[in-house]
Design a binder for this molecule. Structure first.
Ligand code: GLA
Length: 413
């Protein structure tokens, strides 16, 4: 099921996608949704095309009872493969996996949570299900009638429409793409219901430059994440330089979390992310002010995974009200140092050992001056909960793919 995007991407050369387009003139209005990065769960990374109404309900049950809701997780998001057929009036009906969408929304709301859904501007979604092409307003109205609170809108087959309309004009194709997102934004707006608008078009045409002006609350910055360190690290590397585009109401989206997930390797064995990798992934997404959308099976989760997803100190970094995304201060070999400015003058520092030798630890000396800091810095290690003092002299030992995440309440500059 995780198919179409790479194929489509291959068909459309990235070089030709670099063409720039002017954002529409309408003013940015982040509204009252997503003033901090959205938190919740999405069905795709674990269930893919198999997700059912029962699975979504079970995820809502888990979130409401395992401490996640109280930690800030709100959205329960159905991804691709819920769609059935349109009737003679063009009204889309869910398929048999989702017998009653309104009842599901009511149920999710009764738990103090919100329900999200998925579509795209093309005739078909990435998994080949019914898209919103030619039915944008009708679909927006349908979502609002069900009580939907969040829409992920995935480009996918609209790429084909763009190419057919303007075969040799990439700039015109990009304009069409922007117009398609604008159209759905206006359709959502006209329902009068606050609905978070999530753009999924893999970062094309520097989406961060134009998405906020057409009501995008978040936008994917890359292709799809996978539950492997290489994928997580690759996506992280592509976030450097994007900090200036994030802020309350509009966020860079490095894709949904893979914490607790694994991929099938040789012989059908699942190779799960290590706890160090899960910690680093979660920490860096929090540093990036990324949406925190868990992507694992919440109804069947090990306590150590839940502990990562509900680390209040780390979530507080993500949800900091200033909404200032971290920047990479410097990299030294395979160690990266990122900093994020927080409310009240506090600073978060992440030191990530991206080195791949799993048996080694990595003695490392911080260079505080490169972070604009001078003298010993006192703070809290957000994974051990202990007070720490960071200096230039004390070596820091971080295991492969692990991270040191420290919050300094009163940094000395
Ligand atoms: C694309 C998106 C994924 C997921 C799938 C569903 O690949 O990038 O996040 O929504 O489509 O088909």
């Amino acid at each position: 099921m995780r198919l179409a995007v790479p194929l489509v991407l291959a068909a459309l050369s990235l070089a030709t996608l670099a063409a720039t387009s002017q954002p529409p003139a309408s003013a940015a209005d982040p509204g009252s949704v997503a003033l901090t990065p959205p938190m919740g769960w999405n069905s795709w990374n674990y269930f893919h095309g198999n997700v059912t109404q029962q699975d979504v309900q079970a995820a809502a049950d888990a979130m409401a009872s395992n401490g996640m809701r109280d930690a800030g997780y709100v959205y329960v998001n159905i991804d691709d493969t819920w769609q059935g057929q349109r009737d003679s009036n063009g009204v889309l009906h869910p398929n048999s996996k989702f017998p009653d969408m309104k009842a599901l929304a009511d149920y999710v709301h009764s738990k103090g949570l919100k329900l999200g859904i998925y579509s795209g501007p093309g005739p078909k979604t990435c998994a080949g299900y019914e898209g919103s092409y030619g039915h944008e307003q009708q679909d927006a109205d349908l979502y609002a009638s069900w009580g939907i609170d969040y829409l992920k809108y995935d480009l996918c087959s609209y790429i084909g429409v763009m190419q057919q309309t303007y075969p040799n004009d990439k700039a015109a194709q990009m304009k069409m793409m922007i117009a398609a997102y604008d159209k759905m934004h206006k359709a959502l707006e006209s329902t009068g219901r606050p609905i978070v608008f999530s753009l999924c078009q893999y970062g094309w045409d520097s989406v961060w430059e134009w998405a906020p002006s057409l009501g995008g609350n978040l936008w994917r910055t890359t292709g799809d994440i996978r539950p492997s360190w290489d994928s997580i690290y690759d996506i992280l590397e592509q976030q450097a330089g994007l900090a200036q585009y994030a802020g309350p109401g509009h966020w860079n989206d490095p894709d949904m979390l893979e914490v607790g997930n694994g991929a099938e390797g040789r012989g059908g064995r699942i190779r799960y992310l290590s706890l160090a990798e899960d910690r680093s992934h979660f920490s860096m997404w929090a540093m990036l002010a990324a949406p925190l959308l868990a992507g694992n099976d919440l109804a069947d989760m090990k306590p150590e995974i839940l502990a990562i997803l509900t680390n209040h100190d780390v979530i507080a970094i993500d949800q900091d009200r200033l909404g200032k995304q971290a920047t990479r201060a410097y990299a030294d070999g395979e160690v990266e140092v990122w900093t994020r400015h927080l409310e009240g003058g506090a600073l978060a520092i992440a030191v990530l050992n991206a080195g791949s030798d799993r048996y080694s630890t990595h003695p490392f000396h911080l260079d505080l001056a490169r972070l604009g800091l001078h003298g010993p810095q006192q703070g809290k290690d957000l994974w051990t909960g202990k007070e720490v003092t960071l200096t230039n002299d004390e070596p820091i030992e971080i295991a492969s793919h692990d991270i040191l995440l420290v919050r300094i309440p009163a940094p000395k500059h």
